[in-house]
Design a protein. Structure first.
Length: 316
């Protein structure tokens, strides 16, 4: 197998340090391979699809697992707690964990159709999803509002922000060395990062929106470093606008953030973008896609990340 490439300047950033050992040590000694994907962002990553709208082939899974970190505001000490479980509907908005038990909701996100497609593309591999998403969050600290931000250099209350919650989620997930409970130690194979976010940064002014490219680039590289691969495949979802506002635009700086997203994938050889979001319908509000949209989005993310993985793993 090909081991990840390491950028030690990023790895030994204080916030990434502990994850280094959780990934590296099992990889040296064990042979039970599980492909791991990161799912992160804001509310359209969290998911507002309704379980009642799901087709039967998205209601149960085999050899697919999910760890969803507890989603909290900046400064909350309880972020990132979670528990591995077999994937099933209910990891959308309203999902909770009481410390011991995952409490599924009546909603779903892109994880279901993504997992189904990945199992079709990698039928011999087990799949594990690590998910952390928080509605309304921005990367830029000046756009955090009452929701929170992902800027690793921003110190909120207790010095914690959304990036800290994300790292705690990853650390807690990877501290389990037998995800599938088959009695064999796992070898974690980081396979991709899925990022659906940008609406928060598009909600303020031109100055904040114009910083999105730099912020996105830094954050994706930090996430790659946390997974010990400085060129790990990244797929982002292009934000879209329902137009359901008096002005005809929900995200007043949406075009600038869209431009930044396109610029990111243009300049990063291991990144791709899902553009089908522009065709999605919306649910009961002007911000979140309907069930059909989330199903399509998961499929499109899977297709894009698979293409990147094939190229990524062919390299010496």
């Amino acid at each position: 197998m090909n081991f990840p490439t390491f950028n030690f300047d990023q790895i030994f950033h204080m916030k990434n340090f502990k994850i280094f050992f959780l990934l590296l040590i099992p990889a040296l000694f064990y042979s039970q391979k599980i492909r791991v994907f990161i799912l992160a962002g804001q509310s359209n990553m969290n998911g507002f699809g309704y379980n009642k709208d799901l087709p039967n082939d998205l209601k149960s899974f085999k050899d697919v697992y999910i760890f969803q970190g507890n989603s909290v505001l900046d400064g909350d000490l309880n972020g990132g707690t979670g528990k591995w479980d077999v994937l099933k509907p209910g990891n959308g908005i309203g999902f909770k964990i009481d410390g011991k038990t995952n409490i599924l909701s009546d909603r779903f996100g892109l994880e279901l159709s993504f997992a189904k497609k990945m199992k079709e593309l990698f039928p011999d591999d087990k799949i594990a999803l690590i998910k952390y998403a928080r509605e309304g969050t921005s990367i830029d600290s000046l756009a955090k509002g009452n929701f929170g931000c992902w800027d690793s250099d921003f110190n909120g209350a207790n010095g914690l922000n959304q990036y800290d919650n994300f790292l705690k989620t990853v650390k807690n997930a990877l501290s389990e060395n037998d995800i599938d409970k088959d009695g064999k130690k796992d070898i974690i194979v980081p396979s991709g990062i899925l990022w659906m976010q940008g609406e928060g940064d598009a909600s303020y002014d031109e100055t904040i929106a114009n910083r999105y490219y730099d912020h996105l680039k830094i954050l994706m590289n930090q996430m790659r470093a946390a997974m010990l691969s400085d060129d790990l495949p990244v797929v982002i979802g292009k934000i879209s606008d329902s137009g359901k506002d008096k002005s005809g635009r929900v995200w007043k700086m949406g075009e600038l953030v869209q431009y930044a997203q396109e610029k990111f994938v243009l300049n990063d050889k291991n990144a791709a973008i899902v553009r089908s979001t522009k065709n999605y319908g919306y649910g009961n509000d002007p911000w979140h896609y309907n069930s059909v949209g989330y199903i399509d989005m998961g499929q499109k993310f899977a297709e894009e990340v698979f293409r990147l993985i094939i190229n990524f793993e062919k390299r010496p």
